[in-house]
Design a protein around this ligand. Sequence first.
Ligand code: S3P
Length: 190
Amino acid sequence: MSRAEPEQIDLGALASRSIVLCGFMGVGKTSIGRRLARRLRRSFFDLDALIVSRLGASVPDLFNSGREPLFRETEASILRDLVLASPPSVIALGGGAYDNAGSREFLREHAFVIHLDQSWQALYPALNRLRESRPLLTSRSNAEIEALYYQRRENYLLADLTVAIPRAGVTRASREVLHALMTYAAKITN
Ligand code: S3P
């Protein structure tokens, strides 16, 4: 017996907008974004992966060789092209992409941004794992990462919607993000 296809979700007034996920490193933007895209029957794009493919170098290579400015420039430019050129999709940003005021302004006009908001206490146990893969964190102490977390959070809070991300894993988090998005879409559509 075949399983019934989940119902097509109608995002009403948001149907024509790409859904963009922002939030601190390690909150699950890519995993949640992939699930969200599947459920919304949209394409999924991971901004970091597109930058790596465009520049032909890994994120650690780019940062460790002093090419963060090139990374940031490419990040902002791919993001714009993607939002303007593709049909409404789901896009996971890197943790620093929403620090760019120009990108924030652009996204406000052309997309719908969801902030995946995990508390510092929930993120804390993952710091050592994050340090291994995120060049920006490698040489920072826990206190310095905490300061960066709160500094970044001020901008993330400018997103169209902030969703609290539970510690309990990607499946539940994805469900909560979808629920919050549908509730918001229904409110502004009716
Ligand atoms: C960064 C976050 C990373 C990646 C790069 C810089 C940041 O993405 O873009 O290491 O400045 O916060 P993730 O948030 O996916 O780890």
